[in-house]
Design a protein around this ligand. Structure first.
Ligand code: NAG
Ligand code: NAG
Length: 234
């Protein structure tokens, strides 16, 4: 089929972007390559593909390893990756942590409380755009999402089908076991339009760091790298 040559070109690009970026910033890792670069780098087709890009949120309460989803949100992932590479995020903090209530999802009950851990990535270079609007993805437990038109994000601690596509999903937390260690209280409530939300009285700083991707074995074209760049091609 006609698609196949494109697939191999884009797989190659995933690999070469990674390599090019290893010394000097990875701005091109997710987006922003040019056609001319693509041609120049096709010769690297035999290089191993990169594994998934991951970042880590950490504090004394525990850590979250997050697999980025540039296939869903390339611009957001690029911004997060750039910040994570700096490794310096003085304004990164959590400030809202709502538990998962009993009977979540039963008979249309979706809170309150609202089953999330929310915080700020205020050090992002700019506000990420609202992405993956056209996809039929629903927010599932462990997804990490940006709230549109700001630099605030949350980790879903339960499935959130009731929210539809109102947020940008940009990653998946691989292991949520640290989440209950993050404080749920003290908090205060705020009611607006009959919706009561919980806000922590204190904020809890975290660090955001980048985890270098490990190249995968060469082989089938189904790796994240392929998905990532195929997505860009559309
Ligand atoms: C972030 O990392 C720095 C340097 O390793 C460390 O001193 C600081 O305590 C960390 N902050 C948090 C919130 O864990
Ligand atoms: C809030 O809830 C009450 C009782 O369920 C209802 O009567 C009222 O119309 C609601 N107000 C708004 C703004 O939705």
């Amino acid at each position: 089929m006609k698609l196949i040559p494109f697939v191999s070109i884009f797989v190659a690009l995933a690999g070469c972007n990674l390599r090019t970026a290893q010394g000097a910033g990875r701005n091109g890792a997710f987006i922003g390559y040019h056609e001319s670069e693509a041609r120049r780098e096709v010769t690297l087709a035999a290089q191993p593909k990169p594994g998934p890009f991951r970042v880590k949120i950490s504090s004394s309460y525990g850590e979250f390893i997050i697999k980025l989803r540039p296939d869903l949100a390339p611009d957001t992932c690029t911004l997060v990756w750039e910040l994570a590479q700096k490794g310096n995020c003085p304004a990164c903090k959590f400030y809202r942590h709502e538990p998962v209530p009993m009977d979540w999802g039963r008979d249309g009950f979706w809170g309150p409380p609202y089953a999330l851990l929310q915080g700020s990535l205020a050090d992002l270079a700019r506000e990420p755009p609202f992405e993956n609007q056209g996809n039929s993805v629903k927010i599932r437990k462990g997804d990490i999402c940006m709230i549109p038109n700001c630099k605030e994000f949350f980790i879903a601690t339960a499935d959130h089908p009731e929210w539809g596509h109102s947020h940008t999903i940009w990653g998946e937390v691989e292991d949520l076991s640290a989440e209950p260690n993050y404080p749920f209280e003290p908090f205060h409530s705020n009611t607006h339009d009959n919706i009561t939300t919980r806000w922590l009285d204190n904020t809890y700083a975290f660090n955001l760091t980048a985890i270098e991707p490990v190249p995968l074995d060469t082989g089938s074209g189904s790796g994240t790298g392929a998905r990532l760049l195929l997505n860009n091609a559309t």
